[in-house]
Design a protein around this ligand. Sequence first.
Ligand SMILES: NC(=O)c1ccc[n+]([C@@H]2O[C@H](COP(=O)([O-])OP(=O)(O)OC[C@H]3O[C@@H](n4cnc5c(N)ncnc54)[C@H](O)[C@@H]3O)[C@@H](O)[C@H]2O)c1
Length: 435
Amino acid sequence: MYKRLEKKIKSRRAVVGIIGMGYVGLPLAVELGREGFKVVGIDIDSGRVSRINSGKSDIDDVADKDLRPLVKKGKISATADFSVLNQVDCVAICVPTPLSKTKDPDVSYILAGVSEVQEYLHPGQLVILESTTYPGTTEELILPMLEETGLEVGKDFFLAFSPERVDPGNEKYTTKNTPRVVGGITPQCTEIAKFFYEQTITRAVPLSSTKSAEMVKLLENTFRSVNIGLVNEVALMCDRLKIDVWEIIDAANTKPFGFMPFYPGPGLGGHCIPIDPHYLSWKLKSLNYYARFIELAGDINSRMPEYVVERINRALNRKKKSLKGSKILVLGVAYKRDIKDLRESPALDVMELLQIAGAEVEYSDPHVPSLGMDDSEMKSVRLTRKILQGSDCVAILTDHSAYDYDFIVRNAQLVMDTRNATKNVKKNREKIVKL
Ligand SMILES: NC(=O)c1ccc[n+]([C@@H]2O[C@H](COP(=O)([O-])OP(=O)(O)OC[C@H]3O[C@@H](n4cnc5c(N)ncnc54)[C@H](O)[C@@H]3O)[C@@H](O)[C@H]2O)c1
């Protein structure tokens, strides 16, 4: 089975199925399609399926001009019909792994995807989970489901975990040139999964088990969450000490070793950093271990929106104004620069807190034309002189590169800058309050 699958992959006769065609699945499909593989994306979102089939991408990192030719050539197609798995040799599962309301892992999307794979599992198939999850998921949840079919792992089919590491909006490091880590249930599973990725991705690093590969991803994202938590706390300390935290970080960063800069901000966003560490702490709780760093960083990071609102309040008070009744213009609602993704964006929390305090809130974001807040819909306003002049405070929550910061500061009455986006603005700096 191994040799046959290896040959099929090498000759590009292997058909690849990707379950979940979102931020992770679609870029992977494009890379594989470019390398000559026939890729079938399977997604329960029928709107997304038809958009992909007409060459339209929902994802910031995939341009229509890159997707459309591959769709036209028949290299990429999408469907909501899982029976195509019958013809698929390699399956990558890229479905969401959110948290439940009680902040526990919600692996229901993985289970739903795997139960479809189980139904169509056939000899010679390679199954890879890419969704971020807690250590043990592949071995403890997925393997038993697939072995229920009577097929044997490592012999009849191959099962591995390989976390996606995509950084949306990063033009330097993409799906293609970011090395992969790969851990299989058996050594052959690792080897064939590594071989599969190496057809298109620069490097695949083999690990001893699926559990190790799951843990690598959680270390990476916990590392970020904890360091951002630390630097957010340093920002709180600097505020009390009346020190500019941005100056401190830039100066520390002149040390050529032993320091890596992280920056404070209005809180964590996206589908990874605010969520993934909780997968690890949840698993550890079941082993009677309390993951202190994760909980502490989560606590500090999740309170940043409140802190931003407190700072806006303070700045308005200095001008003898109150939050209640003030007009606040929020700049940037996506969770990070130059993308449109709103998932877990702290800007939404800041806006909600401002509204609760009685402020009149509007927003402007070139990447997000509208957004749903509770039952209502808000539309991005055009960033004109008039709207800037008419706002009591302009709060920069996401530092998109499309903004003209000189123009913003020149026309605003007061600027709350949570990202140090105005660092190069020379004039009217007295209007700027930095986090
Ligand atoms: N977005 C990122 O930057 C990023 C980076 C690395 C890892 N990840 C991880 O990758 C996984 C996927 O994240 P994403 O950002 O691509 O999510 P996404 O929401 O952008 O895409 C997931 C897709 O899966 C589809 N889907 C849901 N259930 C399905 C099912 N049962 N069958 C078929 N399709 C289904 C959804 O309709 C959606 O199109 C998550 O575990 C995430 O933590 C995400």
